[in-house]
Unconditional design. Structure first.
Length: 433
């Protein structure tokens, strides 16, 4: 703040300049002098760092007022003080109006008053300069802040866009993973169906029934996913069951044979136990041959101690294995067959849901109104026929689902499959009466 500040004294009388210099000798500002307005203006052009100007009014060539007026153009920020005689009121007014004078002092002056005035003026100039300096800093900092904010905003926008992109990628990867997961479960389930032809589509049917019941019961999403996996894989342990046993109905097995057969529950659980995410499903698989009354395998669990998913799979499993496939009354018949086992093998409280879902799945097909079931050879197919059961190739590949209405495209596909892998028996269709 205390940088050297110059004051400029202008008077045509050297004695006065000298007296003033002496007076100001000990002050903390520099003193410049000039003996005429002209010289003073030249000096200001060379040394614009002048904070206070003191000028005599009466000078030859250029009056103090004229000089101050021009000096104002060169150093507008300098404070200007006029020295005048007592009678020079006119000059004083002009100095204030035209020269923008800050003060006027009368000649002869009082040293103390002059000193006080100059000190005050210097202080004021210093304060004003300091104020300007601080204002500049504030303005610069404001500008920096503004730029920084701008950069911050665009950085935030960039990062938001980046995060959004990453999220999108994650979502894609996640859904790919999920699809892979489902495909893997499907493939595992398919392996078993290839192992035992009579099991063809069993896992898928059990899964469809279980999912229908889960929806009817409004089970939470997470529980449904676990149930779906368990239903698809519930008999995966049968991969290790001897062929001779697999060819027979579970209901016809007793003693050691039945025990061997039932071990597929524990084997199934163990088969997928290494996959952490499948452990919940593994538990449902373990208990799908428990009986509601506690007479089942492997842990003789009773009632609600048996996981709900296992109770659902047990019922769905029974229904699929005992469904008369080629009977219009299939739904009624299987539900009747189920009745004696409610409360002993199966959970009675689940029955109403199964009643609805079984009728939806296996009741007379909507397309069957006024149609006749028959077995047709591929060459006999025509558009408008309806498939009366799922259509598999001889090697067990699902080609078309029950209820599909045949059109040219479907018939062409069936012919093509028939050439590659001939159907051993006719195709179950419904034909218009
Ligand atoms: Fe089973
Ligand atoms: Fe089963």
């Amino acid at each position: 703040m205390n940088e050297t500040l110059n004051i400029l004294l202008v008077d045509d009388e050297p004695n006065i300049l000298m007296a003033l210099r002496r007076l100001l000798m000990d002050e903390d500002f520099g003193v410049l002098t000039a003996e005429s307005g002209r010289v003073a203006l030249d000096l200001l052009r060379e040394t614009p760092d002048v904070g206070v100007i003191v000028s005599d009014q009466r000078m030859p060539g250029m009056t103090g007022v004229e000089f101050l007026e021009q000096a104002r153009g060169l150093v507008p920020d300098a404070l200007r003080i006029l020295l005048t005689g007592y009678a020079d009121m006119e000059a004083t007014i002009a100095a204030i109006n035209r020269g923008g004078a800050y003060r006027y002092l009368t000649k002869p002056w009082d040293d103390q008053v002059l000193l006080m005035t100059l000190r005050e003026a210097v202080t004021q100039v210093r304060l004003r300069r300091e104020n300007d300096r601080l204002t500049q800093i504030v303005n610069r900092q404001n500008e920096e802040l503004r730029q920084w904010n701008g950069r911050l905003k665009s950085r935030v926008l960039e990062q938001t866009a980046e995060i959004r992109k990453k999220n999108e990628e994650l979502r894609t990867k996640n859904s790919r993973l999920k699809a892979n997961y489902r495909d893997t479960i499907g493939a595992l389930s398919g392996l078993l169906e290839m192992r035992a032809p009579h099991m063809r589509n069993h896992a898928r049917n059990v899964c469809a029934l279980a999912m229908g019941v889960a929806a009817a019961m409004d089970l939470p999403e997470e529980g449904r996913e676990e149930l779906q996996v368990a239903a698809l894989l519930h008999d995966i342990g049968e991969i290790g069951t001897p062929d001779a046993l697999l060819r027979r109905r579970a209901e016809d097995l007793h003693g050691e044979e039945l025990f061997t057969y039932l071990q597929h529950t524990v084997r199934g659980q163990m088969a997928i136990d290494a996959i952490t995410d499948l452990r919940g499903a593994g538990l449902l698989i373990r208990h799908h041959h428990e009986h509601f009354d506690g007479g089942g395998y492997p842990d003789a669990l009773q009632g609600s101690a048996i996981p709900l998913g296992s109770r659902i799979i047990a019922l769905a499993d029974f229904i699929d294995r005992n469904l008369p496939r080629h009977d219009e009354r299939a739904a009624d018949l299987v539900l009747i067959q189920l009745q004696p086992h409610l409360g002993s093998r199966f959970d009675t409280s689940l029955y109403p849901y199964f009643d609805t879902v079984v009728r939806e799945h296996y009741g007379p097909p909507v397309n069957a109104q006024g149609m006749v079931p028959r077995l047709a050879q591929p060459a006999e197919l025509y558009c408008g026929m309806v498939l009366n059961e799922d259509l598999f190739s001889s090697t067990g590949l699902l080609l078309l689902s029950r209820n599909a209405v045949l059109d040219d495209q479907a018939i062409a596909a069936i012919h093509r499959y028939h050439e590659l892998d001939p159907f051993r028996r006719g195709i179950a269709v419904l034909t218009p009466r």
